[in-house]
Design a protein around this ligand. Sequence first.
Ligand SMILES: [Fe+2]
Length: 330
Amino acid sequence: MQSNQFSDKFPHAPGGLGGLGYVGIDAPDPIGWRRFAIEVCGLEPALIPPGPREAGMPVLGGGGPDEAGVAPDGSVFLKMDRRQWRLAVHPAETPGLAYLGFELPLEGDLDAAMESISKSGVSIRAGTSQELEARGVGDLAVMEDPAGHRIELFCRPIIDQPMNSTSDIEFLTGSLGMGHAVLFVPEIEPALEFYRGVLGFLRSDYMRFGPDGMGIHFLRCTRRHHSMALVQLGPPSGLQHLMFEATSLDGVGKTLDRAIDAGVTITSSLGRHRNDKTVSFYMKGPSGFDIEIGWGGLLVDEDWVEHEFAGGGDDWGHHGLDPSALLPDE
Ligand SMILES: [Fe+2]
């Protein structure tokens, strides 16, 4: 087993990271995103959006049902468990990934992580007090991956009440993080060196689509089979999809019903992935990239051995999901 990258305190988290803690995205229409996230995905508006409070008093749920979870700058914050928030949608002309936040579960590890990352030659800086307030975390560090994606490490996130979804869904989070993100990268080798060599992710498995590094690599930092996957298909870089994991198959099925009822484009039918055994479907989110809703993902033990797999990525289903379908919209 690879030794912990940052400290020896996390026998359950071989890379030192505690999972994908939060995701920020840019979108021209955060309110449209809010509607999709609540009414289709089953998330809940953040009870108190992070950020400065007037006169030091929290504003519970904003000023009305249409304003809950909306911060003064128009950003939308959404929760999926006891965390204050997990998904943020920031107003921007160009849609895309704004940042990924990975959690360091124990006090003191952020300093160790920053020192280790700096020594590897990657530029990393401490978050400003305004950034800490905007994220609702106790401490924060900021860097970029080789493809220019903003990657943040944080600790001590704000905790509040459990999610109370109106959609009869519960998400599998906790020490596994909020799900996974799949990123397009223009060159796979520098990206693998950064995520595996510098941040300490372990590769669970990988699949090659073609020559010159084309393929997908599944990386973990908790027992979840992958918290991140990297895809090289060509020049584009960006977010390909986010996965949220329901605690029941019914949660997936009911979300599929809501998506169809709402007229959301289903980009991949229900199916079971061959590698992590997740049963899921994919739908087109409001700003280009897909959202996968899954259930039953594999939890990996310490003795897991990485391997290459071929001949398709699914045991059954997932019609519409093939390498050409992964290409981003023009
Ligand atoms: Fe996925």
